[in-house]
Design a protein around this ligand. Structure first.
Ligand SMILES: NC(=O)c1ccc[n+]([C@@H]2O[C@H](COP(=O)([O-])OP(=O)(O)OC[C@H]3O[C@@H](n4cnc5c(N)ncnc54)[C@H](O)[C@@H]3O)[C@@H](O)[C@H]2O)c1
Length: 247
């Protein structure tokens, strides 16, 4: 129960990796807000059926009115905001293709959710975290940004932007006791993952630890960055990929 009394918002927490983050934060004692364009009630109910507390909000992170409502509703329901996990992204729906086949519209859609979304969410929670003089913002990047993975340039560029945003926000928010860090997962296996077999095999070969990565592999690093154990760590990107990217 390292997060007893804390309140966490997990964007994109209605399914897959985000749902695992929400459940692990709750298991550590945090009250959790699941903010997603999808219905997160199922995950919230699952948390509530245990000893945890959670609510689900319909939020499109690319819309400022939604992110402001997310912060307002969180405060109304739970009274504080300690942790923001910027996990929502356009990812699974992306079809891999060469950069010159990506339309300008699709580029804008990915940027607006994957880059503007985390910016708007950070902006929405900032006044409360500043008032509390504490907070943890955890941006979910990707090893694709460090590896330069081909065939989805808009996604890779968006995840690289999060690393820069993490560093600059850490410097802007440090004086208020707010830590901003990023996690860069490798290819994570879950029921929605549709990466081609050759790609999965390639990832496996490149890893020091030769097994598939699961959402649970990310949870320990997330809890560390969300807890007071990491109070003097900020602006960092932690790669969690079984030792494929070493930086
Ligand atoms: N699965 C992987 O291999 C992998 C690897 C590296 C990084 N990641 C990152 O981890 C995170 C979760 O990935 P996932 O595999 O669980 O994918 P996912 O598509 O299941 O999760 C994304 C979540 O974000 C939500 N979302 C999408 N657009 C939104 C919007 N505009 N507003 C609010 N919510 C929105 C989706 O509904 C979904 O619940 C993403 O940031 C992804 O880029 C995933």
């Amino acid at each position: 129960m390292r997060l007893e009394g804390k309140v966490a918002i997990v964007t994109g927490g209605a399914r897959h990796i985000g749902a695992v983050y929400a459940k692990r934060l709750a298991a550590e004692g945090a009250r959790v807000v699941i903010a997603d364009i999808l219905d997160g009630d199922g995950v919230a109910r699952e948390i509530g059926a245990g000893r945890g507390a959670a609510i689900a909000l319909r939020v499109d992170v690319s819309k400022e009115e939604d992110t402001l409502r997310m912060a307002d509703e969180t405060l109304k329901r739970f009274g504080r905001i300690d942790i923001l996990v910027n996990n929502a992204a356009i990812f699974l729906s992306i079809r891999r293709r060469s950069f010159d086949q990506i339309s300008a519209e699709e580029w804008d859609q990915v940027s607006s959710v994957n880059i503007k979304g985390p910016f708007l969410c950070a902006k929405a929670v900032f006044p409360q975290m500043k008032k509390q003089r504490s907070g943890k913002i955890i941006n979910i990047s990707s090893t694709t940004a460090l590896a330069g993975t081909p065939l989805f340039l808009h996604y890779v560029a968006s995840k690289a932007a999060l690393i820069g945003m993490t560093r600059a926000l850490a410097r802007e928010m440090g004086e208020y006791g707010i830590c901003v860090n990023a996690i860069a997962p490798g290819l994570v296996q879950h029921e929605g993952q549709t990466a081609p077999k050759e790609f999965t095999e390639f990832q496996l070969k490149a890893r020091a630890i030769k097994r598939l990565e699961t959402p649970e592999d990310l949870a320990g690093t997330l809890i560390y960055l969300a807890s007071s154990d990491s109070d003097f760590v900020t602006g960092q990107t932690i790669v969690v990929d079984g030792g494929s990217i070493l930086h």
